[in-house]
Design a protein around this ligand. Structure first.
Ligand code: CU
Length: 143
């Protein structure tokens, strides 16, 4: 009985710090960048970003690229149309889904050769609903 109680108490102690320090919980999955074709300095990136708080994506950057934008993609009379997304939102139960044929990251001006399997850090600048900056660095695999 006492042993059981002690287990519960220690479990509680382990859990407390994570509750206190993780006010925002932002995570990424399936993050990858298409390996650019030879001689082409533009490529696309994909991922699903989950957040437990309301966020807007303000900026995405990496030193190996001149510019990174978020785009939407729609079929219009048989033509693929891409549009720049301004400050796309995500939040609880509404992840930002970047997937081939739909919304995506567009990476311009690559100044380094990227190899398959290599990991690239992209820095995401978010704003929360009070306008506070939140910066996260996510790893993207070159595929
Ligand atoms: Cu695009």
């Amino acid at each position: 009985m006492l042993h059981h109680l002690r287990t519960k108490l220690s479990l509680l102690l382990i859990l407390i710090p994570s509750i206190v320090f993780s006010a925002d919980n932002i995570s990424i999955s399936n993050a990858f960048i298409k390996k650019p074709r030879p001689g082409v300095d533009v490529t696309a990136g994909f991922a699903t970003i989950n957040s437990n708080i309301e966020l807007k994506v303000m900026k995405v950057s990496n030193k190996n690229f001149k510019n990174i934008e978020l785009h939407s993609m729609k079929m219009n009379y048989g033509v693929m149309e891409m549009r720049k997304l301004t400050e796309p939102k995500l939040g609880p139960n509404s992840p930002l889904v970047l997937t081939p044929g739909s919304d995506h990251l567009m990476l311009f001006g690559i100044n380094k050769e990227l190899k398959s399997g290599e990991k690239v850090d992209l820095t995401f600048l978010f704003n929360d609903n009070k306008g506070k900056d939140i910066t996260k660095v996510f790893k993207f695999t070159i595929k």
